[in-house]
Design a protein around this ligand. Structure first.
Ligand code: ATP
Length: 300
């Protein structure tokens, strides 16, 4: 379990993290969400004992810092590895330095799908491969607590599916899994609990379902070869229709069933009809709206 209590970090005039309090429980994938610059990486570094808080505290299973790779595994910055080494040599050095059995190296390389490139230099790895290697390093000590900073960046669609399955399995095994992202869409099918921050402050700490319920708009996504005609028909029924470009419309104010019924009646073909009952993205945008003015490069 990760417990963060009144955690604050200032860099001169910049307050990166401001009085954060939240708990990350075992047995769940907890998404750590916030717009760019919200303070996610700074918080993760403080939890890991790599940055010293200005005030407040963070503990993992009651300890002020991780007790080695057998206790906590983390992926922070996938680019932060020696490019001249092979994947295998990198993991072997980590295993040696942490008193872990050498066989774990082959096991984790297999687990993350890098067994075939174990003897290749990391310098030639794609970002997705580096992410997989960083995940392998986090898994090396078979730890009960795992933290991943933006692990989905750079993964291809197959990699995204794989990593989601991996996180869910790790949580199902009773581990504590904290995954940061600045994109709600990445968390939607990955996390079951959320900690949302903006400008260093806590915005929400709750289940995914609870968070979704805060958003205002249920909507229906529909694809049709006749978007203009369908939009006109739905508009007459009082729906709000937003063209998304191409053959896609987002409809609010009507149920998916009603959209399907009206299309059928007018003999308009549908390629896709998808109710978005819980608009997580919208809840996220609404809740972080006041906290997202800061963009990289802006003065604060
Ligand atoms: N070493 C540092 N010195 C000065 N300011 C810093 C330092 N590290 C972070 N900051 C500032 O603290 C704020 C939070 O940064 P942080 O990297 O934690 O955000 P983040 O949520 O991880 O963002 P991103 O999604 O862009 O990685 C930013 O305004 C950043 O510029």
């Amino acid at each position: 379990m990760i417990e963060v209590n009144g955690l604050t970090k200032r860099y001169g005039a910049v307050t990166a993290v401001n009085g954060l309090t939240f708990t990350v429980r075992p047995g769940h994938v907890t998404g750590f969400l916030g717009p760019n610059g919200a303070g996610k990486s700074t918080t993760l570094r403080m939890i890991l004992g790599l940055n010293r808080p200005t005030s407040g505290s963070a503990t993992i299973d009651g300890r002020p810092r991780p007790a080695g790779l057998r206790h906590v595994g983390a992926l922070l910055d996938a680019g932060d590895v020696h490019g001249g080494r092979t994947a295998e040599a990198h993991l072997r050095a980590l295993a040696r330095g942490n008193g872990l059995p050498r066989r774990r190296v082959a096991e984790v390389l297999e687990e993350v799908g890098l067994a075939g490139v174990a003897r290749r230099r990391i310098g030639g790895f794609s970002l997705g491969m580096r992410q997989r290697l960083g995940i392998a390093a986090a898994l090396l000590g078979d730890p009960p607590v795992l933290m991943f900073d933006e692990p989905i960046n750079g993964l291809d669609p197959e990699g995204v599916l794989w990593v989601r399955g991996l996180f869910r399995r790790l949580a199902a095994e009773g581990r504590t899994v904290l995954v940061s992202s600045h994109l709600m869409s990445e968390m939607e099918n990955t996390a079951d609990r959320l900690v949302v921050i903006g400008r260093g402050e806590l915005i929400a700490e709750e289940s995914l379902a609870g968070f979704a319920a805060r958003g205002t708009g249920a909507s229906v996504t529909v694809r049709t070869p006749d978007p203009a005609e369908l939009a006109a028909v739905l508009g007459l029924e009082g729906a709000h229709v937003r063209p998304e470009g191409g053959d896609v419309l987002t409809v609010t104010g009507l149920s998916a069933a009603r959209v399907g019924e009206l299309a059928h009646r007018r003999r308009i073909m549908l390629y896709e009809l998808a109710p978005r009952t819980a608009s997580l993205e919208q809840a996220f945008m609404e809740l972080t709206a006041g906290h997202a003015e800061h963009r990289a490069g802006d003065p604060r």
